[in-house]
Design a protein around this ligand. Structure first.
Ligand code: SAH
Ligand code: SF4
Length: 359
């Protein structure tokens, strides 16, 4: 039997795995066992499932597989951030990043997931956007990044804690709204209390401004956090930074965000990249305040991470501070994102993987 005809078990919940076992003439409880191996232990080989008989292992290996991405390489930053290069079944490569934060005395991680191989939006400042688009990820491939990252983290930290990763952000490679159905399905898989058990409130979806996706998310009324990559307050500038703005100009985007807020009553985050001499003047801060202050929203300022071959520059720390202070003084909810993982090119927009030489 070749790979294509094998059943993918990754992504199935308890019920589906029980049904699957019945469909191949096995008792239901086998489904619960396999479920535990997949979601609690991130095991992808049936031969590592010690409570399953040899005969059943052989049988499962013939008719099913569990495609947790393979971690080919990882880099660790001095601040604890880790970037994983992962390989999918078709040899395409993606990257996922874990970023540490401290909760009481424990170190916990936020995982940044990819949703596509490359990205079709092509933002001028983004490494992913500058390296083309190959394909959407399946829901199980998105979830698989979680399992692979958790397993690697446990290995490296010599920990068997199952709750090292507490938050998930869809801010890796790709535009999540262009792969909406698979992204939402992956959220439900991550949510499953019997499995990975990440609450929706701990999940953020970031979009470059896809109005259709924002409207769908408003209707679907998930508890996730919506983040909008704003980066500019005039269409003239935003057109040059984020080509999607030509399809959904600022007026339409803001209208959709207002509608989202009124339908869901949920606070939205605007991400604002600080690009030296491009969007970080006092005038820009004024326009940003005017746009965001009336809304139920926060601003997350991100100092640009410079990319080899692109002309954009990060403003000086003083300029960053000034911009931040302006918004604070104006009474806008604002946070300044620390630059984690910049030394290993694991910061936002620096993900381009090494899949280029693998087409
Ligand atoms: N495609 C989605 C999500 C992935 S990008 C989006 O654009 O929102 C996640 C965030 O990283 C976005 O806000 C994006 O604008 C930002 N980003 C891209 N390149 C960056 C860079 N070089 N430095 C800092 N942030 C960057
Ligand atoms: Fe795609 Fe987001 Fe990068 Fe733009 S910033 S190219 S939408 S990943």
């Amino acid at each position: 039997m070749n790979m294509k005809t094998k059943t993918e078990l990754l992504g199935m919940g308890v019920k589906e795995l029980e049904d699957y076992m019945e469909s191949i003439g096995e008792p239901k409880y086998r489904g619960r066992q396999v479920h535990k191996w997949i979601y609690k232990k991130a095991v992808s080989s049936f031969y590592d499932m010690s409570d399953i008989s040899r005969d059943l292992r052989n049988k499962l290996d013939d008719c099913a597989h569990i495609s947790i991405p393979r971690v080919l390489k990882q880099r660790a930053s001095i601040d604890g951030t880790r970037k994983f290069l992962m390989e999918l079944e078709d040899k395409k490569r993606i990257e996922s990043v874990v970023i540490p934060h401290h909760e009481n005395k424990n170190t916990r991680y936020t995982l940044c997931l990819s949703t596509q191989v490359g990205c079709p939006v092509g933002c001028a400042f983004c490494a992913t956007g500058n390296s083309g688009f190959q394909r959407n990820l399946e829901a199980y491939e998105i979830t698989g990044q979680f399992l692979a990252s958790q397993r690697e983290l446990q290995k490296r930290l010599k920990s068997n804690e199952s709750e090292l990763i507490t938050n998930v952000v869809y801010m890796g490679m790709g535009e999540p709204m262009f792969n909406y159905d698979q992204v939402i399905e992956s959220i439900y898989i991550l949510n499953d209390p019997k499995g990975v058990n990440i609450g929706q409130r701990h999940i953020t979806i970031s979009t470059a401004g896809d109005v259709k996706g924002i409207n769908r998310l408003a209707r679907d009324n998930l508890q996730v956090v919506l983040a909008i990559s704003l980066h500019a307050c005039t269409n003239e500038l935003r057109d040059t930074l984020i080509p999607l703005n030509r399809k959904y100009p600022l007026e339409e985007l803001i209208k959709a965000v207002k509608q989202y807020i009124s339908l869901t009553n949920r606070r939205v985050t605007f991400e604002y990249l600080l690009l030296d001499g491009v969007n970080n003047s006092k005038k820009d801060a004024e326009m940003l305040t005017k746009l965001v202050k009336p809304l139920l929203a926060n601003i997350n300022l991100i100092p640009y991470n410079e990319i080899d071959g692109l002309e954009f520059k990060q403003p000086s720390p003083q300029q960053v501070q000034q911009f931040y202070q302006y918004l604070l003084d104006a009474g806008v909810g604002v946070t300044l994102r620390g630059e984690k993982g910049a030394d290993i090119e694991a910061a936002c927009g620096q993900l381009r993987a090494e899949y280029k030489n693998n087409r």
